[in-house]
Design a protein around this ligand. Structure first.
Ligand SMILES: Nc1ncnc2c1ncn2[C@@H]1O[C@H](COP(=O)(O)OP(=O)(O)O)[C@@H](O)[C@H]1O
Ligand SMILES: [Mg+2]
Length: 431
């Protein structure tokens, strides 16, 4: 905007300067023209014999509203005496007309309006006391007379504006790329690096960004490796503890201990699978999403045959999307398993893509969760109180993993309580 406004101002200033200059030049040409006419009339009168002079004056070919006559006194009113600068200019113009010295007027009076549109000149004839008077029209200067000038000027302005826009866009394009890269990195630490090309400053910024992305990636991976290493190392002592618990005399105590150890073992197992997900650099491939959803439902049904007919899919039969197939399957499977475990059934519904994104809904008819928990359940290991003691075997990592995976795809998952009761998990994926 600033550049365009600046361009506009410069053009206006340029136009004004041009107009003033043109007016000056036209004024000068008019003055010269008038001087030539006046001098040539004067010459004709001076060269004519005295008794023919009046006739010569009457025969002048007058154009443009000019008048000329002979009189005893120089013309006086109504025009005021011409201002000194204009007088100087007119006198200079008369001097430039090439005529012999004796045919030049010795004495003259110049009059002219402030607008200089009419001028009057009185020239004293050499012998006798007669004056040759002439009034001349000087049309106002027209700075914008030429059509071509205007088209050329507009073309120049538009070209300059277009070039400015183009250059600015080109300059700020890398900023948009950087913003997009930062956005992508926020969703997926393994996002591909920025190309380190272009002007020096841009390349430097891209390199700095890539270095930063690399550090973040290493940081995340280090944390995950640490987590999985701990999980891994815990497995042996857990097994040992279980073995030892078997030897407890007290039946009740032994059962409780083994149940607790099972829970710890399940947690460790999900930590390990979480670590595997983060570390896995699975390629993006075309996947038939309805097919994937049906596979998840089938596998869930296989695992829990009693619930087989409480699982359903509705939506298009085929729809290819580009995703990390294993990760996406894990995300869907976590959501379906939750619906089944806490709601007792699972309806998967696929809404065909619209406006660049598709929606996959997983619904159940269970109790749902308190509104305050809707976001908290996405925190690792967070479980709603009443499901803690149930035989569901989860460890509170299912939803965080699902959200992690979906966000890495540029999508997201949200939970809401359905109006008629039950839970709805809404998955949004860009296509
Ligand atoms: N469909 C659902 N209906 C009711 N509660 C749910 C549902 N899905 C998830 N939850 C609640 O969210 C908690 C976190 O889920 P999740 O992260 O999958 O862990 P887990 O299933 O291992 O407990 C669950 O413990 C449960 O309390
Ligand atoms: Mg779960």
């Amino acid at each position: 905007m600033v550049l365009l406004i600046g361009l506009g101002l410069v053009q206006i200033a340029g136009l004004t300067i041009h107009a003033l200059d043109r007016m000056d030049v036209q004024r000068m040409a008019q003055t010269r023209d008038a001087a030539v006419r006046v001098i040539s009339m004067y010459r004709s009168v001076v060269l004519a014999p005295r008794e023919r002079q009046a006739a010569v004056v009457a025969e002048f070919d007058l154009r443009d509203g000019a008048t000329v006559w002979l009189s005893d006194l120089p013309i006086a009113e109504p025009l005021p005496v011409m201002d000194p600068a204009a007088q100087r200019q007119f006198r200079g113009a008369m001097l430039l007309v090439p005529v012999p010295v004796e045919q030049r007027p010795r004495e003259f009076v110049l009059r002219g309006g402030a607008d200089a549109e009419h001028i009057a000149v009185a020239l004293r004839l050499p012998e006798g006391s007669k004056w040759l008077n002439a009034t001349l029209e000087m049309p106002p200067p027209r700075p914008w007379h030429s059509q071509n000038f205007f088209s050329a000027f507009m073309m120049m302005t538009v070209t300059a504006a277009v070039l400015t826009l183009w250059a600015v866009r080109r300059l700020i394009a890398p900023v948009a790329t950087l913003a997009a890269a930062a956005e992508a990195l926020g969703r997926n630490v393994n996002a591909p690096p920025l190309p380190e090309t272009g002007p020096l400053e841009i390349a430097t910024a891209a390199r700095a960004f890539n270095t930063m992305a690399g550090r973040i990636r290493r940081f995340v991976l280090d944390r995950t490796f640490m987590l999985t290493a701990i999980g891994h190392d815990l497995r042996t002592p857990i097994t040992r503890l279980k073995l030892r618990a078997e030897f407890l005399e007290d039946d009740e105590l032994r059962a409780k201990m083994l149940a607790d150890l099972d829970e710890v073992e399940a947690m460790v197992a999900s930590i390990l699978s979480f670590g595997r997900d983060v570390a896995a650099d699975e390629p993006v491939t075309p996947v038939d999403l309805p097919e994937l959803a049906r596979t998840v439902l089938d596998e869930t049904a296989d695992a829990q045959p009693d619930f087989a007919e409480r699982l359903s899919y509705s939506g298009p039969d085929h729809l290819t999307v580009r995703v990390h197939s294993l990760a996406m399957k894990r995300a869907l499977s976590n959501l379906v398993q939750n619906a089944l475990a806490y709601g007792g059934n699972a309806c998967v519904r696929l809404v065909p893509p619209e406006a660049g994104q598709l929606i996959l809904v997983i619904e159940d008819d269970g109790p749902g969760i308190p509104a305050i928990e809707l976001e908290r359940v996405f925190q690792p290991f967070h479980r709603v109180e009443n499901s803690r003691n149930r035989e569901t075997g989860g460890s509170g990592l299912g939803l965080p993993i699902a959200r992690n995976i979906l966000r890495a795809h540029g999508g997201d998952v949200k939970l809401i309580n359905r109006e008629g009761g039950g839970m709805r998990a809404t998955v949004i994926l860009p296509v």
